[in-house]
Design a binder for this molecule. Structure first.
Ligand code: FES
Ligand SMILES: [Fe+2]
Length: 388
């Protein structure tokens, strides 16, 4: 159980909040690369509770700047993109990708152009996604996880419906291995029926263990038949499970962008030309009506991820952790909360939190994908989703 203050400390994402400042030390995926086109060169996004516009100017550069025009606050999502940036439709002020104001019609206001900048964040396009870093200088490189940077494989992207809850509920679920055997029992039995729906397949498991790494937390299930299932949380917003690297990018305190990058290594180590050019699969809504909230919404529970969305959303927009009763099996959740608090405190001391790399060519991080369960069972990406 947490106090209300502790709950806010771990969950809030806005600028200046403790967890918000932690989250601003990492690159996050924020949109699909294909969301921008010549026909649709702008897109509104809310990320970490900031309202922003992604745009591609006519020089081919991608920018991410404040949605509100620095002149008198009209939205730049309606801006006209030009060679040098984006021009507000209201009076024509022109901003470049770095947030500089480079024209101020109808007059030329040198004082404003020299002294005022609009909020702008660096952007990268990688594996079919647009990424940003919203923290202080110096900007670190993207953390080099194997599933994002290895060349010897192909990738797909799976975009899920927006999750109408706080990001930390999804991350706690990633350190909660016991739920698999109960919540997902219809999908993991391979034809077997559990003896009891209360325990599901819990009695197949010998032990749950947890440990930390330099860049995250590892959870491990050892089954009574001797098989082992071990996969990591790549701190703070990623679950790497089987083929999938699952990103939970906070939109604001009560909404989360949820996208999976699946990586399939080639058998022979060859490097396909399209390794970084994934196809995108759009998942159907997991509840009806799709915009409704519990209890008006009805979750379909048609697959593992919709079951997870049900569990995360029905905990509440931000789970009320002053009203929980943790048990021994929640020790992974307790560990995640402790590590998150420690990493927030590191940021507050001016240090880099876990998983931030420095230098131009940081080392690739091996998340153990080759040893993971799915490798012995492929091709079974759907079955792997069942282990999340
Ligand atoms: S509000 Fe954008 S130019 Fe005036
Ligand atoms: Fe799950």
């Amino acid at each position: 159980m947490l106090t209300q203050e502790e709950n806010q400390f771990l969950t809030q994402v806005g600028p200046g909040t403790p967890a918000g400042e932690l989250l601003r030390r990492y690159w996050h995926p924020i949109a699909l690369a294909q969301d921008l086109s010549d026909e649709n060169p702008t897109k509104f996004v809310r990320i970490l509770a900031e309202d922003l516009v992604i745009f591609r100017d006519k020089s081919g550069r991608t920018g991410l700047i404040a949605d509100k025009c620095p002149h008198r606050n009209a939205s730049l999502v309606y801006g006209r993109v030009e060679e040098r940036g984006i021009s507000c439709v209201y009076h024509g002020w022109l901003m470049d990708c770095d947030g500089n104001i480079i024209e101020t019609p109808p007059e030329r206001n040198d004082a404003i152009m020299k002294n005022v900048k609009t909020t702008a964040y660096p952007v990268k396009i990688h594996v079919g996604l647009i990424w940003t870093y919203m923290g202080p200088q110096p900007v670190p490189p993207m953390t080099r996880y194997d599933t994002l940077f290895r060349k010897d494989g192909t990738r797909t992207i799976r975009l899920h419906p927006v999750l109408d809850s706080n990001w930390f509920q999804a991350m706690e679920n990633s350190m909660d291995p016991a739920h698999l055997q109960v919540l997902h029992q219809e999908f993991i039995g391979r034809g077997k029926q559990p003896v009891s729906t209360t325990r599901g397949f819990t009695d197949d498991v010998e032990a749950f263990e947890f440990r930390t790494t330099d860049w995250g937390l590892m959870k491990k299930r050892t089954y009574k038949n001797g098989s082992v299932d071990e996969h990591p949380v790549c701190f703070p917003t990623i679950l790497r499970q089987g083929a999938s690297t699952q990103y939970r990018t906070p939109i604001d305190d009560t909404h989360t962008w949820h996208v999976h990058v699946n990586f399939f290594p080639t058998e022979d180590g060859s490097e396909p030309d399209d390794a970084f050019d994934p196809e995108v699969e759009f998942m159907e809504p997991y509840k009806q009506p799709p915009q409704a909230m519990h209890p008006e919404a009805h979750f379909t529970l048609q697959n593992v991820i919709s079951q997870d969305h049900m569990a995360w959303e029905t905990q509440g927009p931000i789970a009320n952790r002053t009203k929980e009763h943790l048990s021994y099996s929640d020790r992974g959740v307790v560990l995640l909360r402790r590590i998150t608090k420690e990493q927030i405190e590191k940021v507050q001391r001016g240090e880099d939190p876990m998983g931030v790399q420095r230098g131009e060519h940081p080392e690739m991080i091996n998340t153990n994908i080759d040893e993971d369960w799915w490798q012995q069972n492929r091709p079974r990406p759907e079955a792997n989703a069942a282990k999340a």
